[in-house]
Design a protein around this ligand. Structure first.
Ligand SMILES: [Zn+2]
Ligand SMILES: [Zn+2]
Length: 558
């Protein structure tokens, strides 16, 4: 090893969140090459869609850091969104180190760990807002920002190689309704001290201007609720506690009682009350009480704004919710954005509501939502405060990261690097240098099983979904004579013109002929018989259906 390689260095390695909006997993390493000490900043999930049938939760592959768990000092969570903390319980057993978070986040972490039966095993360190965390060569200081959940923190990470500002998720809301406004002083002080690198949120880099303040939403929502004659349901992300506060104020202003609907609403309200929020709110009513009140006296606060099929609002829309019914003249206010990819399920939900005579009002019609991420003017402001030598855009798809790097260049940041998951980037006064590429990937939670996304299970499942399957079973003796069967079953195959019985007979005939026509020397050989039937059915299927279904052959030896 050359003397160069024994020098201490600071590296940044994103394993998730650089190339997608979701499943953030960031590593910082400090020390000689190969002997670094590590910290994890955030450990989140992303959600499956139509391209991942049967897989709802997707996580970054932690293999690289799990293999270095002995040198891992701790896990720091910037805030409580799923894309930043949702994978903690799944991966902590492989990454058995202390976890650091502020009180609101920690309340939800405890909830999750308890669910996973890990609560008494994980060393949890609750850090106050603006608090400090000291882990080996990393001296960290939390900086309070504003976002769409209570207690969003940036991290100032001091290392012997320089100071890194890891922003986490943020916007600049001068009037966030709950929590403190952005701690601009701490950011300016750090800028004065000299920031080597800023690792920064890219979500809204394509949007000019500013995300807008929660206070504006409050004014509009109060007005809008006042215009409604029937029941009102406000659909919002449960984690957007300021929005829940806004909806509660809109209800109180208009003489309506608030009823929470949906498990995560209750969970988040628990976390909010834990940190002293909603202390002065009128008590909420339950679903049965709400059903008994005049329509004009109720405001439901519901989960399910993205059309999630099992969430409260979908069940209300389909009329299958036990206590909450909406009827013609009632209104649903979507105080949330359409997350790309969710359009179909959201529009299906809104169509179902409209069919039932319910008014549907969204952010396009009225100003009842603001984003929690910085638009271009806010990014410009952050760069003006921080003045980093190196810009590292994260929390974005590839196009967001490239655009953000371009913006930073325009703002005279001397160095920039738009990372890909798995890049190991050395940060020094000379700039950002790609020094290695480490194992990375996606892990699917498939039912109860964690499996690599590239394991093949999903590819096979998609093939089945597209083309269906044929199974053929036949019992054959040692000499290769058929004793019973063949029998065939079809799964997910369309019925051809001649009918199912006829096509099954055709398939069985083909299988039988294939066995009878086998060369003498291989007759009775299980594998060879299986192969012969497989080939015969595979040849036949495209001629019948015009597609290639999965074929499964079962030879039962006697
Ligand atoms: Zn995020
Ligand atoms: Zn967030």
């Amino acid at each position: 090893m050359s003397s160069q390689n024994n020098k201490d260095r600071l590296v940044f390695v994103p394993l998730g969140g650089s190339g997608e909006i979701g499943m953030n997993l960031n590593l910082y390493g400090y020390g000689p090459e190969g002997k670094e000490k590590w910290i994890i900043v955030d450990l989140g999930v992303t959600f499956g869609d139509a391209s991942t049938p049967g897989v709802e939760v997707i996580m970054p592959d932690p293999e690289f850091i799990a293999a270095r768990a002995d040198d891992l000092l701790g896990i720091v969570l910037t805030h409580a969104h799923e894309d930043h903390m949702g994978a903690l319980a799944a991966f902590w057993p492989q990454l058995p180190v202390p976890v650091y978070a502020t009180p609101f986040t920690m309340y939800l972490v405890r909830d999750r760990l308890a669910e996973a039966g890990l609560l008494d095993q994980v060393p949890l360190h609750e850090v106050p807002l603006s608090g400090h965390i000291s882990l080996g060569p990393f001296e960290m200081e939390l900086v309070t920002l504003t976002h769409s959940i209570p207690e969003p923190n940036a991290l100032l990470i001091r290392t012997p190689a320089g100071l890194v500002l890891h922003t986490g998720d943020w916007k600049i809301d001068p009037d966030p309704l709950i929590g403190s406004p952005t701690d601009a002083q701490a950011l300016m002080d750090a800028g004065e001290e000299g920031i080597l690198a800023m690792v920064c949120d890219s979500t809204n880099v394509f949007t000019e201007g500013e995300a807008g303040s929660e206070a504006g939403v409050r004014d509009e929502l109060i007005k809008l609720v006042g215009e409604q004659e029937g029941r009102v349901a406000v659909a919002a992300f449960a984690s957007n506690v300021a929005r829940l506060q806004t909806a509660v104020e809109a209800a109180e202003h208009n003489g309506r009682m608030v009823c929470l609907v949906g498990r995560s609403m209750h969970r988040m309200m628990g976390a909010a009350r834990h940190v002293g929020l909603f202390a002065n709110a009128k008590p909420f009513i339950d679903e049965e009480e709400a059903a008994a009140l005049p329509k004009k006296d109720v405001l439901y606060l519901c989960t399910g704004s993205q059309g999630e099929p099992r969430a409260a609002l979908s069940r209300i829309a389909s009329g299958s919710h036990r206590h909450v019914k909406l009827s013609p003249g009632d209104s649903v206010l979507f105080s949330s954005r359409v997350i790309p990819g969710n359009e179909k399920s959201i529009f299906a939900l809104q169509n179902a509501l409209a069919s039932a005579g319910v008014n549907v009002i969204g952010e396009k019609e009225r100003h009842i939502h603001v984003s929690g991420h910085p638009c271009r003017d806010e990014l410009r402001q952050m760069y003006a405060w921080a003045r980093p030598k190196i810009a590292i855009p994260v929390h974005g798809e590839r196009r967001h990261l490239i655009e953000h790097a371009k913006l930073a260049r325009d703002l005279q940041v001397p160095h920039g690097f738009a990372p890909r998951n798995g890049d190991m980037i050395m940060l020094s006064d000379a700039g950002a240098e790609l020094v290695d590429e480490v194992p990375n990937g996606r892990i699917h939670r498939d039912g109860n099983v964690l499996t690599r996304a590239d394991s093949g299970a999903l590819r096979e499942r998609k093939k089945l979904a597209f083309a269906g399957a044929i199974s053929v079973a036949v019992a054959v003796d040692d000499a290769g004579y058929i004793h019973s069967g063949p029998e065939a079953n079809l799964f997910g195959m369309a019925e051809p013109a001649g009918g199912f019985d006829a096509v099954i007979e055709t398939l069985c005939d083909a299988a039988q002929k294939a066995i009878e026509n086998m060369p003498k020397r291989s007759r009775g050989d299980e594998r060879a018989t299986e192969e012969a039937v497989l080939q015969a059915v595979r040849r036949l299927a495209p001629r019948i259906w015009g597609k290639r279904p999965h074929v499964d052959v079962l030879i039962l030896p006697l």
